[in-house]
Design a protein around this ligand. Structure first.
Ligand SMILES: Nc1ncnc2c1ncn2[C@@H]1O[C@H](COP(=O)(O)OP(=O)(O)OP(=O)(O)O)[C@@H](O)[C@H]1O
Ligand SMILES: [Mg+2]
Length: 287
């Protein structure tokens, strides 16, 4: 079970003076059960690639298959395949549309033919997932919410569909640290329980290091690096620099400490790994 991207290219506003090639012969396979982060400088094509995965954009050349079905095909199978891929957009206000938060979140489950009780249960559980109090928010207009609350409604609407593949385009933008940590903690729980695939687009190298097993690095519409997260940060640091992509702060700090003579061992990409390595090097116990 996988999303297979076969050699896709995409040009916005083709044959106009504003023509812009946003994807250039991208091929990649993302399997169910993987947590993948897509990183890359601004304008590198991350969102454009994401919008191809559920058939929202049609490739200029190439094709995208979900569980073997062409998402741009016609018919019930292609529609079902597109529904397997849930997407939280970079700008959540782009995906909210209903008069109330309840109706917005209920739309997906209702549209896929679920009975009213199941829809109601899905809405309540999705609101709990994103920590939006039902009594306070269910009947409010999604457009009268703060940016962070809107984002949480958008995430709830997608989670309520129980997709096999979940794409989140910069989900933490506009969220305070507490909401961000809570949403990622919940996400990891459903990711493990449902064995879905999560595709996280982020500018935060900390988030990428903490959650993703695999990194896809985009630049100029091309997929430049595809590898295990720790391998990419550790072995491709120079290439990342050329592509204007940062590495996690803990990794940089560990390098500095090593240069100062502290013998830190192992792959250090996260704060927890850094603290553990320093404690070990210093012979501190209890960490
Ligand atoms: N609707 C559009 N019309 C025309 N060009 C677009 C459109 N959307 C994106 N582009 C262009 O396509 C290229 C890729 O954009 P894309 O939004 O996919 O990048 P991104 O990696 O998601 O960037 P960011 O990190 O800023 O979100 C950029 O050059 C951008 O200017
Ligand atoms: Mg983007």
């Amino acid at each position: 079970m996988s999303i297979d991207v076969k050699n896709i290219s995409y040009t916005y506003m083709a044959k106009t003076p504003f023509e812009c090639q946003a994807l250039d012969q991208v091929s990649v396979t993302i399997n169910k059960g993987e947590f993948v982060a897509i990183i890359g400088h601004t304008g590198s094509g991350k969102s454009t690639l994401a919008e191809h995965l559920n058939g929202l954009l049609h490739p200029t050349t190439g094709a995208v298959y979900v569980d073997g079905i062409d998402v741009n095909g016609k018919g019930a199978d292609a529609k079902k395949a597109r529904h397997q891929v849930g997407m939280v957009f970079q700008y959540p206000e782009h995906q909210l549309f209903a008069e109330t938060v309840y109706e917005d979140i209920a739309f997906g489950p209702r549209n896929s033919g679920k009975d009213p009780d199941t829809v109601d249960a899905a809405v309540r559980s999705a609101m709990e997932f994103v920590n939006l109090d039902f009594a306070t928010f269910a009947q409010r207009s999604p457009f009268a919410l703060s940016g962070g609350q809107m984002r949480r409604v958008a995430i709830a609407g997608v989670v309520a569909m129980e997709p096999d593949y979940l794409i989140m385009d910069e989900p933490s933008a506009g969220l305070d640290p507490r909401s961000r940590n809570m949403i990622f903690a919940q996400l990891m729980t459903i990711f493990k329980k449902r064995k879905m695939a999560v595709i996280l687009i982020t500018h935060s190298m900390e988030e990428a290091a903490l959650y993703a097993d695999r990194l896809l690095v985009m630049s100029g519409g091309k997929l430049c690096i595809d590898g295990k997260t720790s391998d990419v940060f550790i072995n491709d640091e120079k290439t990342l620099e050329k592509l204007a992509v940062d590495v996690p702060e803990s990794f940089k700090l560990a390098e500095e400490l090593q240069q100062q003579g502290l013998p830190l061992k192992g792959a250090i990409l996260t704060e927890a790994q850094l603290v553990k390595a320093i404690a070990k090097a210093k012979g501190w116990s209890g960490c």
